[in-house]
Design a protein around this ligand. Structure first.
Ligand SMILES: [Zn+2]
Length: 129
């Protein structure tokens, strides 16, 4: 297991209010390059949750699709304002993911790669084709 994978797997323990439901069926379905992005997002969500003691997030699925991050979650016990803040944080991370190489974390861009859209840097794209 890579160092990044170990850090990702530790997130539910670090942020029990973000991962309040049962464990995700398939874990983190994306490359290690997004590790820091996901860590930052989870820390941000945890901070937002501090504003309302009754609010809980249940992360359902975290995966890559068409070169972008998809972060699916349920939210309970939150006000509309808190729900907006959480949505914005997730949207920002999703937008940022298109500019981060999914393999190595360096700046990248979304392009078609052997028929698939993926967010990669030039070096990783060269290796992948
Ligand atoms: Zn790369």
């Amino acid at each position: 297991m890579s160092e990044e994978r170990v850090r990702l797997e530790a997130l539910p323990t670090l942020y029990p209010r973000v991962f309040s439901g049962s464990p995700m069926s398939w874990g983190f379905e994306h490359g290690d390059g997004w590790c820091e992005l996901i860590e930052t997002l989870c820390a941000r969500l945890d901070t937002i949750l501090q504003e309302e003691p009754g609010a809980l997030i249940e992360v359902r699925q975290v995966k890559e699709k068409f070169g972008g991050l998809r972060f699916y979650y349920n939210l309970s016990g939150a006000s509309d304002a808190l729900a907006d803040n959480i949505r914005q944080a997730v949207d920002m991370a999703a937008q940022a993911s298109s500019h981060i190489c999914e393999r190595c974390g360096r700046p990248g861009s979304v392009e078609t790669n052997v028929g698939w859209l993926s967010a990669l840097c030039a070096a990783c794209r060269a290796k992948a084709t």
